[in-house]
Design a binder for this molecule. Sequence first.
Ligand code: PHB
Length: 397
Amino acid sequence: MLRRMLTSFVAVATFLALGLMPARADEPVPLKIGFLTGYSGPFAIFGQEDDAAIAAYQKEHGDVVAGRKIVLLKRDTTGPNPDVVHRVVQELIARDKVELITGLDYTPNAMAAGMVSNQTHTPVLIVNAATTRILDRAPYMVRFGFTTSQVAVPYGRWAVAHGYKRVFAIYTDYGPGLEAGAAFKKSFTEAGGTLVGEVKPPLRSPDYSAYVQRAKDANPQAIFIFAPAGEHPQAFLKAYTDSGLKDAGVKILATGDLTDELQFDALGDATLGMYTVFHYSEAHDSALNRLFVKDFYSFAPPHVRPDFGGVCTYDVMNAVYKLVAAQHGHIDPDKTIAFLKGIKFESPRGPIAIDQDRDIVQNVYIRQVRKVDGKLQNVEIDTIPNVDRHGDQVKTN
Ligand code: PHB
């Protein structure tokens, strides 16, 4: 008798120590999700932004779905750092028992997460990494961000149609940059434009002065540039302004990474008048975007604005809530991927869908930097509806 009492006492004590006591009947059982982005150094602002987007979504939709409490385990990628991401994703799945991985800022990080997901079949919902082929060998991966072809292909045509016939291209020498450069070159030259030169600055420690000088020597009408958000936009814009190209009227045709809302205040009025192409602007005119922006600002630190990373985080939360509800509080990897193929919903960026390639179909917008109520904004001036990952317009019904 005494022995039995002692045994159950020890069992309860062990459960308590390990935090394993069964939840009370009325408490929702946690469903753990791993969320990875930059939370330190120059990348910390991305984490602050994504946190505000998650908080905005949960303010609007609560934190319990089909009886499960959605718990995000947030982890720092430390910037483009695939070794760190590989280790962290392994730990999240094996030790922390997360059932899904999301976030993922840079292409090399998403590829590292894909390698782990291939072994464990854990679904991975990409927030940003933008190289098309990331998904090709990762069957449990779905993208909610964008691909650089998706924005660069329509942009090449738009450039020619708007009188830019002699363009110099600058694109970062890694996955999304090489893809952006090739995509722009193809659609631009097929539309009748001439590429007067191209350079590929490295991802790390960008110093643009020599590259901008090469552009100047080629005497273009405009410069097409893809560079990832973060440290690049400021470095490029400084070199561009210092070179005298801005004063000489040589326009920039950039992807929207360059006028990322998170950086606007630091970039300042040097961006005024710039054209860019992208899938999200804080200034997008819709009721859902106004709600997202309002709720975002109620959680964000004072200097943090909503940009393409924030909106895609908000949309990933929406997708997670829908897929957990559809599976009555569970995440089965195969059912999750089948459910996501063909999903459609309204995003603060406009209508979005996931196609049979597990990739995003969305509107692509041409924007110009203007001041709206005293604030720098990417004002949408043209819309190319329903563009797929290759930059082609497709039908969605
Ligand atoms: C990427 O690495 O895929 C990437 C990162 C930042 C961007 C765009 C693409 O702004």
